[in-house]
Design a binder for this molecule. Structure first.
Ligand SMILES: Cc1cc2nc3c(=O)[nH]c(=O)nc-3n(C[C@H](O)[C@H](O)[C@H](O)COP(=O)(O)OP(=O)(O)OC[C@H]3O[C@@H](n4cnc5c(N)ncnc54)[C@H](O)[C@@H]3O)c2cc1C
Length: 251
């Protein structure tokens, strides 16, 4: 059988936690579904001295419960612990979350802050070039996310203000202090996850909650909806960054 990646394109099915729901609501459709569940090579967590590689089909629960990851990169395990509810964590996957690029998903903030690299069946894409818009990524039709490699930071923490109904991020901020500077990934505040340069500069000079709190971000390009206005979201980014720094320092 030949799979078509065109108009009524076939889609990969990971845990179905986003795709099946959007198909049921008629927000998306597929000419066919290619189930990735039977590919064992796409699961697992490998920790090395300078990085962590996680297979695309690794579930949020597996990331959350990995003792090795809690030791090597606790901020990422904690992020996974805070995703959705037990069903979402047991079925949803890292690869599905990254490929779906929901504007309120947690992992994209971590990929940006941890200088991650997305490995596909065709190439490697730096996280900085991966998230391109609302539910849009650098992936080409039919391109498969195989794994994600994260840099290990000196200190890191993720803080999110949950949208109470979905538990997705109204705003989420991942702060990571690396040997060569601080990276800050933000989700929930714009059409897609982004790095926050003013916070990165301030925290690279002074890694303290007060330095984050002093940053007043412009609200002009922040998202505004029934849950939170743009000014509120802009204020949340700095406030959550300050709390994340506090937690990172307390480890
Ligand atoms: C109630 C609820 C609460 C949630 N709360 C949160 C939250 O707090 N934080 C958060 O981050 N997320 C949250 N989510 C989203 C959740 O993390 C999903 O797991 C995630 O969006 C992707 O689901 P999935 O892995 O099952 O992928 P699927 O739904 O199977 O696929 C999603 C999309 O990615 C594509 N895809 C899947 N795998 C690959 C791959 N390897 N390569 C290329 N394309 C691929 C599919 O074709 C599809 O287009 C929530 C979801 C629900 C339903």
């Amino acid at each position: 059988m030949r799979w078509h990646w065109g108009v009524a394109r076939s889609r990969y099915l990971a845990g179905g936690q986003s795709l099946i729901q959007s198909m049921k609501l008629r927000l998306s459709s597929a000419g066919g579904l290619v189930d990735l569940a039977a590919l064992p090579d796409m699961r697992g967590i490998q920790v090395t001295a300078d990085g962590v590689t996680i297979g695309a089909m690794t579930t949020h629960a597996q990331v959350a419960h990995s003792a090795e990851l809690h030791a090597a990169l606790p901020a990422l395990a904690e992020l996974a612990e805070g995703i959705g509810d037990p069903m979402v964590r047991n079925r949803g996957t890292l690869g599905g979350s990254v490929a779906n690029a929901d504007p309120a998903a947690c992992y994209p903030a971590a990929l940006l802050a941890l200088g991650a690299t997305v490995r596909t069946d065709r190439r490697e894409v730096a996280a900085d070039a991966f998230f391109t818009g609302l539910y849009e990524t650098a992936l080409e039709p039919g391109e498969l996310v195989v794994s994600v490699r994260f840099r290990r930071p000196v200190q890191a923490a993720y803080e999110k203000f949950k949208q109470p109904a979905s538990r997705l991020a109204m705003v989420g901020v991942f702060v990571a202090r690396h040997a060569d500077g601080v990276r800050v990934g933000v989700t929930g505040a714009k059409a897609c996850a982004f790095r926050c340069a003013p916070l990165e500069q301030a925290l690279t000079s002074d890694f303290s909650p007060a330095a984050a709190e002093r940053i007043e971000l412009p609200s002009g390009d922040m998202a505004s909806d029934m849950h939170a206005g743009a000014v509120y979201r802009a204020a949340l980014v700095s406030a959550l960054a300050a709390t994340a720094v506090m937690r990172a320092l307390a480890r």
